[in-house]
Write a protein that binds this ligand. Structure first.
Ligand SMILES: [Zn+2]
Length: 345
């Protein structure tokens, strides 16, 4: 089975969420769906013959037969032909288990995490998989004993917020997630990620050997075989940022922080090399590129860039750009570090 196709999902669990610091956390029994969509291609089931009611994915069965025949040095047989209508679907393994749910209440002025955007999903999945690693250290268990993922919640005002879940891999639960879903324990886990602690979880990530080598994610911080489907999204800086916000709503997510400075510079270098007429500049401390008429400003992936929604750091940069007579295209004038490093522009 292709691990990149497998995604754990949960519905709306029935347990109560408890507010603590800048997050809500709750835990209890819930239903876990592990979806296998065949890497987005789905499975195509049909009856194998008029005489049989059993359903089979004919092309998958033929491919497996052909592979087997080749391994024996034989010629593949002609193969099956679908009989009757073909049903396209994903497969779901459904189980009831222990789970916890974590939501962050307030991301602060000028910032947000929308699970409908790639950078919003990136932040949430990154914290989900970081929490799983921190929890494994905390409980002295293996990563695979917990499953991690996110769910979206539609709010009455039409906005969508993302929540993070961890659940026990074992059917009916082993009690890990319910223990981790207590507010004080969740605070410990978030502190392991966001701050230096005796467990040295945070320290190892921000230390130069990792921080200077890892632009987004690597096996040392976030990537593992079990989250192959999300490797391109994962970013330890984003996970650490929103863990910090969860502990303190007054956190200001800044590109000038030691965590972001190097990759923000790298993003500007990427933008410059993709645009022959543009040169590096700095506006109110933010790296940018300009051709003397237009300016493109490097932004934090979780910043709102629309006029009126901007936080102080970006507003100051826009003001300085305007004072220098430089134009900012509302569509293309802002490129986040996330976009610059993943999609060479
Ligand atoms: Zn890394």
């Amino acid at each position: 089975m292709n691990a990149s196709a497998i995604r754990p999902k949960i519905g709306r669990p029935q347990f109560v969420m408890h507010p603590h610091l800048n997050f809500d956390v709750g835990s209890g029994q819930g239903r876990l769906h592990v979806i296998n969509d065949n890497a987005g291609r789905l499975f195509n089931f049909s009856r194998r013959s008029a005489a049989s009611d059993s359903m089979i994915d004919v092309s998958a069965a033929n491919a497996a037969d052909a592979k087997h025949a080749v391994s024996l040095g034989r010629r593949p047989s002609p193969g099956l032909v679908p009989f009757g209508p073909v049903i396209s679907c994903a497969l779901a393994a459904i189980s009831d288990t222990d789970m916890l749910l974590l939501g962050i209440r307030d991301y602060g002025a000028g910032c947000g995490v929308d699970p409908r955007t790639p950078q919003g999903r990136a932040a949430l999945y990154s914290l989900a998989f970081m929490l799983r690693r921190a929890a494994a250290v905390y409980l002295d268990i293996q990563d695979y004993e917990l499953k991690a993922g996110i769910r979206s919640q539609e709010n009455p005002d039409g906005t969508v917020t993302g929540q993070i879940f961890l659940c026990d891999t074992l059917e009916n639960g082993a009690g890990y997630a319910t223990h981790l879903g207590v507010a004080a324990v969740m605070q410990d886990l978030l502190e392991m990620i966001a701050q230096p602690t005796p467990r040295e979880f945070h320290n190892r990530l921000v230390a130069p050997p990792h921080a200077e080598a890892c632009d987004t994610s690597c096996p040392d911080c976030l990537r593992s075989y079990s989250n192959l489907a999300y490797h391109n999204l994962l970013d330890w800086r984003l996970g650490m940022d929103i863990a910090t916000v969860a502990l303190d709503p007054h956190t200001v997510l800044s590109l000038a922080s030691p965590r972001w400075r190097r990759v923000a510079e790298l993003a500007a270098t990427t933008l410059e090399s993709a645009r022959p007429r543009f040169n590096r500049t700095v506006v109110a401390g933010l790296p940018a590129v300009t051709d003397g008429r237009e300016i493109i400003i490097v932004t934090h992936p979780l910043w709102w860039t629309e006029r009126g929604g901007q936080g102080a750091e970006l507003r100051a940069a826009c003001d300085e750009a305007a004072a220098r007579g430089l134009q900012i295209d509302p569509e293309h004038g802002f490129v986040s570090v996330f976009e610059a490093l993943r999609r060479p522009a």
